[in-house]
Design a protein around this ligand. Structure first.
Ligand SMILES: [Zn+2]
Length: 232
């Protein structure tokens, strides 16, 4: 390349870099100006299972606990960007029991710890992240289960409809009240459990491992939650 062309090329790259930095700072300024208020809710994110309790095993042999943690971390990042305080019941592949000498007793202790974390958090809203599994590989789609506490049904219904629209068009899955799940029956705040998809369906399992799909899923959850909470 001739020397003058090289200088021209360098000037072009520098100009582009400066413009990108300017636009970037503008975007940050706009976002921070959009958030002059303090959010009154703290979102407690619960990546289901963990440690010796791996949950369901996917059709590719992966443990449900890993999908739950990856999606929960992305949701945590996104909610911070939206200005929310968050708390995660676990941030690594662990069970959070404090007592117990058998797997069953450790599981009970783990669930009690999760309930304690939720119920001791002021202004908590609870989101538990899980994955579904069924013997028939045809079934797919996210499904939302809601607690009996105030605001849970409305949040569950809205999340279900937004997830269907954005991720599972044509799905006729409906949100449902949850029963027989210790954690969901003992929380005192608004709470939902989201089964993000079926680990028994090869196409959906591949999506649930995909970073872009996880981001899309979290965008739907984060935007819906933010919209619902701003109404309360
Ligand atoms: Zn699960």
């Amino acid at each position: 390349m001739k020397r003058w062309k090289y200088y021209l090329f360098c000037v072009g790259v520098m100009t582009l870099t400066l413009l990108c930095a300017y636009w970037g700072s503008m975007a940050v300024t706009v976002i921070s100006e959009e958030l002059p208020f303090v959010r009154k809710h703290c979102v407690v994110i619960d990546p289901g299972h963990g440690g010796e309790d791996g949950g369901a095993t996917s059709c590719t042999g992966r443990m449900e606990s890993a999908y739950n943690l990856a999606i929960s971390r992305r949701l945590d990042d996104l909610l911070h960007l939206l200005g929310y305080q968050t708390r995660m019941t676990r941030t690594s592949d662990v069970s959070i029991y404090t007592t117990g000498d058998t797997i069953a007793r450790k599981k009970i202790s783990d669930l009690k710890e999760r309930v304690r974390i939720v119920n001791e958090t002021p202004g908590a809203v609870f989101i538990s992240i899980h994955q579904n599994l069924f013997s028939d590989a045809r079934y797919s789609g996210a499904q939302v289960f809601y607690a009996k506490t105030d605001g849970s049904k409305e949040l569950g219904q809205k999340l279900q409809s937004e997830l269907v629209t954005a991720l599972n068009p044509g799905s006729n899955r409906k949100s449902k009240p949850i029963s027989g799940v210790y954690l969901m029956e003992n929380i005192q705040c608004t709470g939902v459990l989201i089964e993000c998809g079926f680990l028994s369906n090869p196409r959906e399992e591949a999506k649930l491992r995909n970073a872009e799909y996880q981001k899309k899923l979290c965008c739907v959850i984060g935007a819906t939650l933010s919209q619902q909470l701003s109404n309360t």
